[in-house]
Design a protein around this ligand. Structure first.
Ligand SMILES: Nc1ncnc2c1ncn2[C@@H]1O[C@H](COP(=O)(O)OP(=O)(O)OP(=O)(O)O)[C@@H](O)[C@H]1O
Length: 537
């Protein structure tokens, strides 16, 4: 096969940040492209290097050399500080992820509440020195799958990703730095896969598919970058990073709302061969798009509505003001932590720290934990809406009017409640949430706390109403005979949700609850992001 006449008779120009010719060493690529990422990662940012290009163009050769050089720098003590390194190396093939440091064990990739990708089930190894890092890189390389292609005898048939997490235990640190080194599988032209087996064809299709989503994302950020500034009625481009495993892992590169400082270096590899002119043009076109998009996110500055941007001072002020009565001691709950660091603290430790303040109950500690997290989730949701731009707001309006989203309707608190209101038993109303004591025979009884939402008084029920156990509840001979109305209420049971300290209203699980059985009003707040209710402090 020969290239199209157009490809070889025309000349094309592409802009690149830097061109490395055949006589350039890996060391010079390291110095110019990769070394500048390291101080950022060391300080808590996200650095990414990915090598992109057709099969056989030298991606694995170059990335492996760079990985070795990075291992030397990160582990040799040149960068000062108490930072600790943790390494995960994995491979993405089709829609599966395999741990190259754990005998290719499969694992899943999930997105956490910070919008970061979590490698759920992949092993992370601590590396105390350059030698440790190099050992891990060599070990992973031996597990990588290769096959012969038309252009490369040892072609990588998957995307390989080395992720180095730089943990910074110092007070008030920005969070952990992340360095992603990505060696993408090479694309193959249709004419080169003619002799492939059915299995190899499928593999090539999957590689091409994920590379095509990557291209869509590159196109998306290039368009976003070129679009006019805020205030103009422009449609924000759609960046489909959830469409492939690869772009999910590289989400931070494409998602300006991530709020983390990110820098990306892209190495576009080409075969300087006349037969590969078409593939070369394609690679350079995308490299140019990425260059114009300048894939760099600035760190999110302090925002009172975004706990992940708070320093220790702002966090302490929030704890003091919003943790209920008595106030949880800020210096015990967050002696040095930033907002991002406290959000990363496991729930049990958060609650245990709260309980160190005298007079704080477990219920208060749990409710404050839920409140702090809800604020964080709401801030993430806001950022996502900003990213969607006008599209997002239109969607928001369609889904839910502003009135419905208004905070006053997200809580079970009576909006008309006065300061000196009568005891709750004198103001039972539909929608009130109560804690109650079911009889020991009640099959849905919870061993901890039983909650129910009041629906209506018994005397408002029709003749044929039955409760969740099938018992006919509309007529109560006892109440009718003593003439007591509205001493029993039809209620919907509140059940625990899947998240810690969250609840769901099981609207169709209805029970009659006696006023006598009701203990106190409990205020619940609805969180549209998780679709759960949480107890209010
Ligand atoms: N700069 C270089 N100097 C010497 N040899 C090189 C260089 N770059 C690549 N090679 C050699 O070219 C061959 C193909 O390189 P490599 O496997 O890195 O390509 P690739 O782009 O990763 O391919 P694929 O996408 O198929 O995995 C290898 O044998 C490699 O050793």
């Amino acid at each position: 096969m020969v290239p199209q006449a157009d490809d070889i008779t025309q000349s094309f120009s592409f802009r690149a940040g830097r061109v490395f010719g055949a006589d350039c060493s890996t060391e010079s690529i390291y110095q110019e492209l990769v070394q500048p990422l390291l101080p950022l990662v060391w300080a808590g940012g996200v650095g990414t290097l990915f090598a992109y290009g057709q099969t056989g163009s030298g991606k694995t050769y170059t990335v492996s050399g760079l990985e070795r050089r990075i291992a030397e720098t990160l582990g040799d003590g040149t960068l000062e500080g108490p930072q600790r390194l943790h390494v995960t190396i994995f491979e993405l093939a089709g829609n599966s992820a395999y741990d190259l440091l754990n005998s290719r064990a499969p694992f899943s990739i999930l997105e956490d509440s910070f919008g970061d990708s979590r490698l759920h089930g992949a092993q992370e190894h601590q590396a105390g020195s350059s030698a440790d890092l190099l050992g891990l890189i060599e070990r992973a390389a031996s597990f990588r799958q290769t096959a012969q292609t038309e252009k490369n005898d040892g072609s990588s048939r998957s995307h390989a990703i080395c992720r180095i997490r730089v943990e910074n235990p110092s007070p008030n640190a920005r969070g952990d730095g992340l360095l992603y080194l990505v060696d993408l599988a090479g694309s193959e032209a249709a004419r080169d896969i003619f002799n492939h087996s059915a299995e190899r064809m499928k593999e090539t299709r999957e590689i091409n598919m994920s590379l095509s989503v990557l291209k869509d994302c590159i196109r998306g950020i290039a368009t976003a970058d070129a679009s006019p500034g805020p205030g103009r009625n422009t449609k924000k481009p759609y960046i489909p990073f959830r469409q492939s495993m690869l772009t999910k892992v590289l989400k931070h590169v494409f998602d300006p709302s991530s709020g983390r400082e990110c820098k990306t270096a892209v190495l576009a590899c080409i075969n300087p061969s006349f037969l590969d002119t078409g593939a070369t043009k394609n690679t350079l076109r995308y490299a140019e798009m990425l260059r114009s998009a300048e894939a760099t996110n600035k760190p999110a500055g302090y925002n009172p509505a975004h706990p992940a941007t708070w320093g220790n001072k702002e966090l302490k002020t929030y704890i003091m003001a919003k943790s209920g009565t008595p106030s949880i001691s800020p210096s015990v709950l967050a002696p040095r932590e930033s907002g991002a660091q406290l959000l990363q603290l496991p729930a049990e430790q958060f609650i245990a720290r709260c309980l160190e303040t005298e007079g704080v109950t477990e219920a208060q500690a749990k409710a404050f934990h839920a409140k702090f997290w809800r604020l964080h989730i709401d801030s993430r949701r806001g950022a996502a809406a900003d990213l969607k731009g006008d599209n997002g707001s239109a969607q928001k309006c369609r889904d839910c009017s502003d009135d419905v989203r208004s905070a006053k309707f997200l809580t079970s608190r009576d909006p008309a409640l006065q300061e000196h209101a009568p005891p709750f038993k004198e103001r039972i109303r539909p929608g009130m949430v109560v804690s109650w004591t079911p009889s020991s025979a009640f099959p849905m009884r919870s061993p901890t706390q039983n909650l129910a939402v009041v629906l209506c008084p018994q005397n408002a029920l029709g003749d044929h109403v039955r409760d969740a156990l099938g018992v006919h509840v509309a007529q109560d001979p006892l109440q009718q005979s003593i003439g007591v109305a509205a001493q029993r209420y039809l209620c919907a049971i509140v059940v625990p949700g899947a998240m810690t300290d969250s609840f769901e209203v099981s609207l169709w699980r209805q029970m009659m609850v006696d006023l006598e059985q009701m203990e106190r009003e409990v205020l619940l707040e609805y969180d549209p992001a998780t679709r759960y209710y949480h107890a209010t402090v």
